[in-house]
Ligand binder design. Sequence first.
Ligand code: FAD
Length: 285
Amino acid sequence: MKIKEIYEKKQVLSFEIFPPKRDNALKNIDETLEVLCSLNPDFISVTFGAGGSSNNNQTIELAKKIKNDYHIEPLVHLTCLTYDKDEIDNFIYELKESGIENVLALRGDRNPDIKEKKEFLYASDLTSYLKSKSELCVAGACYPECHPESTDRIGELKNLKKKVESGSDFLITQLFLENNLFYSFYEDTRIAGINPPISAGIMPVINKSQIERMISLCGASLPEKFRKIINKYEHNKEALFDAGMSYAIGQVIDLLANEVDGIHLYTMNNPKVAKKLCDGIKSLI
Ligand code: FAD
């Protein structure tokens, strides 16, 4: 099923997981998938290594497992900086053979150690190519606090509009810890004539190094109320886990009450996180 059709009917719930690093670890992901699928999400997305890593064939394997064993719609992430058109054609073929209908088209992060092929410069180039070559439902990424390379919000919105005009059927945001940032971004997209549904990306923060890494990588800001939680509980692992989970669940409750199009939960393949999240929201959706 094409995920864009689900947004027409309801608030969409989705999870994100990544393929395990070790080749033989796919079976170990079942514990997380069992918890996640018990909540009957509308889709589960599977990340993809921007550097063209050999782990990337695990992305499609894991997506197939989600579809065939758990009967949940998968969304396959695909980055484009390091691929040429022939390689993307192969992906399209593999997705078709696997019965996968949904792709999140991404540019991928720039990395001086990774050779770019220059055939796809932006996610919009990949989106229009996928649309011209297939029947895939194509999603795009967006950034309530701006992409780290952007210099201004208006430029960022103009680029997002180009991406949507190239064919994005729906959007998923980078994680954020302050819902008001999302509400104001959403309003700006509508003013700019960017109309596809947008799922709000939420990641439970359960340890201090995770939040520091996250902020340096994606530029999400740390609200004062969350900084206080970290300062109080940084040396108490269990308390920080509980506080981080409650904070994320609080964000989800507020977003649902504000009638967002969808919630996308970054679960970090952690069954304990998945279980606590699912327990916290199961009666709400
Ligand atoms: P783009 O939409 O191409 O934007 C990148 C930058 O270029 C932005 O600053 C934008 O404003 C600018 N830009 C866009 N179009 C133009 C234009 N025409 N002219 C000038 N400037 C332009 N990374 C992975 O490696 N694997 C994953 O699985 C993965 N999953 C993700 C899932 C989500 C929900 C999100 C939000 C991000 C994910 N990322 C992933 C990270 C993503 O690859 C990086 O953030 C990357 O730097 C940008 O990707 P993009 O698709 O948003 O790029």
